[in-house]
Design a protein around this ligand. Structure first.
Ligand code: DUC
Ligand code: ZN
Ligand code: ZN
Length: 475
């Protein structure tokens, strides 16, 4: 009689700290044993030559998120989760967005309706707080945090979402009282607005000018201010989608002073640059996101920050706007000012492979890859130890990797509903070959398997992450 439901044999297990040869015994959807020569499984998978990694946790993606400008997310929970699973991710954390004037509880109810019965893999929600009224801060948020929504994003820019410094302080104070994690989009709104007006008056409105309107100091100043506000309140914060050196320096200095400042970066800041925004015609709109992609020196600074532990989280910031679509990038046509082009790039399916490629290029090590793609996001957002690691008792969310496979990213082979990938034609080394969610196969050889709708909602615990200890290193 089989001792386990499933045994993954002969693979190399990698965690955020170790790498070892072991079989993985899985029963009831959980990891039941790790060891050599485990007893029989009802099913067996030979993982010789494969890495056995914790399934990815993509802690920043936008799915079926309503917007005020009329743009529409091409991916909801079905296509988004299917695409994520095909790329080796087993947990996603998109955002329940509060529109101004809306109750936060109503926003969460609405977002559950959008997700219910649709996801292939497990999911949690961050909240987006755009209207921190006394009712929201005093009653709704404490209740929602208690119910498992323990992280929320706030914006320092975007007219329909931005908070002023006083509002930010109020949100931070609430997070301190309740033990929640605040994620901050750090860009200076007034500077962007002023630069945008100047550029438009000079007739400089192409997609490339999006980057000109949001230069590095815009992000550096806001990152500094966000850190300062968190220091005043004495509460941890996480700076999302960090794009370049000057913001990295702010975070590094703060971490060196012992502040609990966590940071996230994304593939677009490693592989895209402002040159991509200069592509002919409207093509550059495909790479418009905020903060914008920078230049090769800034890409290097981001790799260095990953290597040095300045970043704890590597997310896609998947924002699925189709290119040839009046509800997507062409919301106001192809001659429109960059101001009106929806921000964001898709990336749920390519996130892991693009970072893994950094291992074969000698830029980061495997433990760092596992840490920032799975373990640390699970810890920071209160999903650990259920998610994010290979250990006895954890959910059997596992991705088998072929570390040698060389392949070229082609949008035709991806599973999102977006009509392009900004990474088209990039050749990478390393590919997920099998993804398990709670012991069930959800993707094989890059093709999704299983029933969308099997994914479960995950209430999050209050986060208790270890203090960040970033060091800037050279290769
Ligand atoms: N920037 C954001 O802040 N959100 C979605 C995508 C983007 O580029
Ligand atoms: Zn953002
Ligand atoms: Zn985002």
């Amino acid at each position: 009689m089989a001792q386990f439901d499933l045994v993954i044999r002969n693979g190399t297990v990698a965690t955020a700290s170790d790498r070892f040869q072991a079989d993985v015994g899985i029963s009831g959807g959980c990891i039941a044993a790790l060891g050599r020569g485990l007893g029989a499984g009802g099913e067996e998978i030979d993982a010789s030559g494969r890495l056995v990694l914790p399934g990815g946790v993509d802690a920043h993606c936008h799915l079926d998120q309503p917007s005020s400008d009329g743009s529409v997310c091409a991916d909801g929970f079905t296509s988004g989760s299917v695409s994520a699973a095909a790329g080796g991710t087993t947990t996603i954390i998109p955002f329940a967005l509060q529109m101004r004037g809306q109750s936060l509880a109503a926003a969460v109810r609405d977002y559950h309706r959008r997700a219910e019965g649709k996801s292939l893999i497990d999911y949690a929600f961050h909240l987006i707080i755009s209207d921190p009224t006394p009712q929201v801060l005093g009653q709704e948020l404490p209740t929602l945090i208690e119910q498992g929504y323990t992280s929320f994003k706030i914006y320092m820019t975007y007219d329909d979402m931005k908070l002023n410094d006083r509002q930010i302080l109020e949100v931070l104070a609430l997070a301190r009282r309740e033990g929640a994690m605040v994620m901050i989009h750090a860009e200076n709104s007034d500077v962007i607005g002023w630069l945008t007006d100047q550029l438009e008056q000079a007739g400089l409105t192409t997609p490339y000018h999006h980057a000109v309107s949001r230069p590095m100091p815009v992000e550096r100043e806001a990152t500094h201010r966000a850190i300062t506000l968190s220091e005043i309140v004495d509460v941890p914060v996480l700076i999302v989608h960090v794009s370049g050196r000057e913001a990295v320096e702010q975070i590094h200095t703060a971490q060196g002073r012992g502040l609990r400042v966590y940071a996230e970066t994304c593939p677009q800041y490693l592989y895209l640059s402002e040159e991509d925004l200069k592509k002919p015609g409207f093509e550059g709109a495909k790479c418009i996101c905020s903060p914008p992609p920078r230049d090769p020196a800034n890409q290097e600074a981001i790799w260095s920050g990953l290597r040095g532990g300045i970043f704890q989280v590597f997310s896609s910031d998947h924002a699925p706007f189709r290119f040839a679509d009046p509800a997507g990038k062409q919301l106001r046509g192809t001659d429109a000012s960059f101001r009106y082009i929806p921000n964001g790039v898709p990336g749920l399916e390519t996130r892991l492979a693009l970072l893994f490629n950094g291992i074969s290029e000698g830029r980061i090590d495997l433990a760092t890859f596992v840490a920032v793609t799975a373990t640390r996001p699970a810890q920071i957002y209160g999903l650990y130890p259920r998610k994010g690691s290979i250990m006895v008792g954890a959910d059997a969310d596992i991705t088998l990797w072929d570390p040698q496979a060389k392949w070229t990213i082609r949008n035709d082979e991806l599973h999102h509903e977006v009509d392009y990938t900004p990474y088209e034609g990039i050749t990478v080394t390393g590919r997920p070959v099998l993804t398990l969610s709670r012991g069930e196969v959800v993707s094989r050889d890059g093709e999704p398997v299983g029933r969308a709708g099997r994914g479960e909602f995950l209430p999050c615990e209050r986060p208790t992450p270890a203090r960040p200890q970033g060091q800037v290193t050279t290769p």
